[in-house]
Ligand binder design. Structure first.
Ligand code: FE2
Ligand code: FE2
Length: 473
């Protein structure tokens, strides 16, 4: 990695840097009781923790812009891992006098992460993240670990060992993805990706690294997008050549009969539905960036929610593979993303947790029972549905926990019932307007239909010799 954005070890005595346990050469004025008890390392530890916390919002804002489902799954998992790091370290900072676990990230570093949002595609964003930002974060934690006094500060070191290992693993995974898909590497990314990563590295250098105290103006002077407001895309980004539809990706599939038809065809429809839950990871995750000033636990829950929806999509992907289907056979289903992203973040959160998710409970449990009767409880789809329903129960409980608090946070004094009704009306109106004008790109004759899926499932059952998909290999 570029040495220039490693934390600079040249001002070891400044309070914001990891402390070295050397006696001061000059006799100093005795410290007061309060200052004496303060743990000077805490001010240092707070820096990378605040940076990692800010990064959760940065990646959250970008999941909808990433192109490959695999990249979205990876980003959702990585941001969840950052969330668990912050959760542990925030608690640790709370134990250290002077720790200030919720202090904001220094403005010069926030400016670097704001600029990173304006990458023009997946490859430059990923290259900056996995070859500049995460290595800088990992090295800042490593600097702290190397300089603190291990015996008294062992609880921090214990957490950091794990954090550093996980970040190293993430850097490896991200770099391997970029190399495989874009032939760019940590050592030498290609073309515009490399130029963008260099730009972000230059900004980090201007900020004087994670432990530096450079002025925000020094970073802003070099930014290309200073002062620009970041917005989520109107339609989620997917791989080039993807087709998009406002209607269900299976021709003739009726929502009113959702998961109520032939269990075999419905299993394919379930795979398509779950795969398309990627949209939930795409419209929930920006909340991590858009909503400012809520308690940490809110972001913790939204990060978990984001990761869960990415996992549910991965369930669908695995089911499709098991059934001999490919995501490219189907259009990307845009209705929920496109209508939800037009709502204010707190409206969108209420729509998900008080409208869409309780709705899924009206059909999924019955289908789980029916499917288990037909194919047995060991089937992969049955197993996934069980976990899916457990996760969805958790998400609905998030709604009970946060919707009213979010309303008050935004100064909305309606009752929650009035508000949810308003959100449903708004969402329905948006869907009607958007659905009327949306032009699908897949030629009608290429669309999968109920009939083509039924024939496919017959062939699959014959070739498979059983209706059951082995849950474990
Ligand atoms: Fe889900
Ligand atoms: Fe959910």
């Amino acid at each position: 990695m570029n040495e220039s954005h490693e934390p600079k070890p040249r001002h070891p005595q400044q309070s914001q840097h990891p402390q070295q346990s050397q006696p001061s050469p000059q006799p100093q004025k005795p410290l007061g009781r309060k200052e004496l008890r303060r743990i000077p390392q805490a001010a240092s530890l707070r820096r990378p923790v605040a940076f990692e916390r800010h990064l959760i919002g940065t990646a959250g804002a970008w999941i909808a812009r990433l192109r490959h489902a695999e990249a979205k799954y990876m980003a959702a998992r990585h941001l969840w891992e950052w969330t668990t790091h912050v959760d542990h370290l925030r608690r640790r900072l709370g134990e250290m006098p002077g720790g200030k676990p919720d202090a904001a990230l220094e403005p010069q570093l926030a400016a670097v992460l704001e600029e990173a949002l304006f990458a023009d595609d997946e490859a430059p964003f990923g290259t900056a993240l996995y070859t500049v930002l995460l290595p800088a974060l990992r090295d800042a934690y490593a600097t702290y670990r190397d300089r603190t006094n291990e015996l008294p500060d062992r609880p921090t070191v214990h957490i950091l060992d794990d954090v550093i290992d996980t970040l190293t693993m993430q850097i490896g995974e991200g770099s391997a993805f970029l190399q495989r898909v874009y032939s760019t590497t940590a050592a030498g990314a290609g073309g515009s990706s490399e130029a963008w990563a260099r730009h972000i590295a230059t900004l980090l250098e201007a900020a004087d690294g994670l432990y530096g105290d450079a002025d925000e103006a020094a970073v802003n002077a070099l930014r290309r997008f200073a002062g620009r407001e970041y917005r989520s895309p109107d339609v989620m980004h997917r791989t080039l050549g993807s087709h998009y539809s406002y209607e269900h990706p299976i021709e003739g599939y009726l929502w009113s009969h959702n998961l109520k038809g032939d269990p075999s065809v419905e299993r394919a429809a379930l795979a398509v539905w779950l795969y398309n839950e990627l949209d939930a990871a795409e419209y929930i995750s920006p909340i991590l960036y858009e909503v400012k000033g809520m308690p940490w636990e809110f972001y913790y829950d939204v990060a978990r929610h984001t990761w869960d929806e990415a996992r549910h999509s991965e369930f669908g992907f695995r089911l499709m593979q098991a059934l001999g289907l490919k995501p490219e056979q189907f259009e990307v289903w845009v209705a929920t993303y496109m209508s939800s992203i037009q709502m204010a973040p707190y409206e969108r959160y209420a729509a998900v947790t008080c409208w869409y998710e309780p709705g899924s409970f009206q059909v999924k449990p019955d289908y789980l029972e029916r499917l288990a009767r037909e194919v047995g409880g060991e089937d992969l789809a049955v197993e996934m549905l069980r976990f899916d329903l457990a996760d969805e129960t958790l998400h609905v409980s998030f709604g009970h926990k946060w919707v009213e608090k979010l309303m008050r946070h935004y100064g909305d004094d309606r009752t929650q019932e009035e508000f949810v009704l308003y959100v449903k009306e708004k969402g329905t109106r948006l869907r009607e307007e958007q659905g009327r004008t949306f032009i699908r790109t897949m030629p009608a004759e290429e669309r999968e239909t109920l009939e083509s899926i039924r024939r496919h499932m017959e062939r699959w059952t014959q070739a498979n010799g059983t209706k059951t998909i082995a849950a474990r290999k």
